[in-house]
Design a protein around this ligand. Structure first.
Ligand code: 1OR
Length: 293
């Protein structure tokens, strides 16, 4: 559970805190900017926060495969962003790494360029939830615990909490693990539309996927209503799945709140439910049309 300290990352009397400053070469800065550009935890920072984080990050070269960057059960010190290379993630059911073969537990996930790991122990003041180990020579950037908590955590935490309950209710996402939904929450943007607004225009290229959080909307093909959307429904996936123009317009019928996921997030985070999305049929169902009687 969430301790009081983790909701209030800055303990009293730290007015004297100054963020770590690790000078960087132009080459390092350029590589770092590319590495964080795809990371959603950074996309909601203002310019000052972004600069503080860039200054605080430290390059951590991982010279080979089989290097354990994080051991399950340890205390958390750094959050990591992957610039290049690859890492496997293991969880041992006993809660920590065990001696001997198979001691890492079961492989649950993996991550590569633009990905990140190690946030959980810092967010929740908990032991490391998993072991993270390199599968090749790699480059990481590390952010210390205090800078992570002071600058990145509030926005990440709020976003995860804000969307936790809603994402649990979305049928499309019900097969995902809670941690996978948390990663989706990091990447969502909340947008409101008044009644009668066009969210998607038929024929346009697609750049985002949407989950409907509240209100009602409908899909129109050449001006004819073909489908209605309610809380928990999704739209905008077809153009992204097959790189096709928008197959319909989506227009709001009431005031609407949507959670928007950009193309990168869609590709990276919704892979596990791609087959479910592809199974959705879009035949015109006259019995459900508002014009049928
Ligand atoms: P950490 O600080 O606990 C280990 O250190 C990191 O592995 C953890 O933060 C996450 O960033 C990362 N469950 C828990 N941690 C995971 C998982 C995970 N995947 C990556 N990490 N999964 C749940 C398995 C039941 C895998 C979900 C696909």
């Amino acid at each position: 559970s969430v301790s009081a300290e983790s909701l209030n990352p800055t303990s009293a009397g730290d007015e004297s805190w100054s963020p770590p400053y690790h000078p960087k070469t132009d080459d390092q800065l350029a590589r770092l900017r590319t590495a964080v550009s795809g990371n959603f935890l950074f996309s909601h920072l203002d310019d000052d926060q972004f600069k503080t984080v860039l200054d605080a990050l430290v390059e951590k070269p991982i010279p080979a495969k089989d290097i354990k960057v994080i051991s399950q059960g340890d205390a958390g010190d750094y959050f990591y962003i992957v610039e290049n290379g690859h890492f496997d993630i293991y969880i041992h059911p006993s809660g920590s790494v065990q001696p001997g073969p198979g001691g890492l537990g079961n492989k649950v996930s993996s991550t590569g360029p633009g990905g990140s790991f190690g946030e959980l122990a810092l967010m929740y003041n908990a032991p490391r939830a998993a072991t993270v180990i390199s599968t090749e020579k790699s480059t990481l950037w590390g952010l210390d615990r205090i800078t992570f908590r002071r600058i990145l955590m509030d926005s990440a935490f709020q976003r995860r909490r804000m969307y936790e309950a809603f994402l649990e209710e979305v049928p499309l996402l019900s097969s995902l693990k809670p941690y996978e939904r948390a990663k989706i929450a990091d990447a969502l943007d909340a947008i409101k539309f008044p009644a009668g607004a066009t969210i998607i225009t038929e024929g346009d290229p697609g750049d985002a996927f949407y989950l409907l959080e509240s209100g009602e909307a409908e899909a129109l093909k050449s001006g004819v209503s073909v489908k209605e959307y309610h809380r928990g429904d999704y739209f905008g996936e077809l153009a992204l799945l097959d790189e096709k123009p928008r197959a319909a317009s989506i227009v709001t019928k009431t005031e609407v709140k949507v959670a928007r996921l950009g193309r990168d997030g869609f590709k990276r985070l919704l892979g596990p439910v791609e087959e479910i999305m592809r199974r959705t049929e879009y035949q015109f169902d006259a019995s459900k049309s508002p014009t049928a009687s």
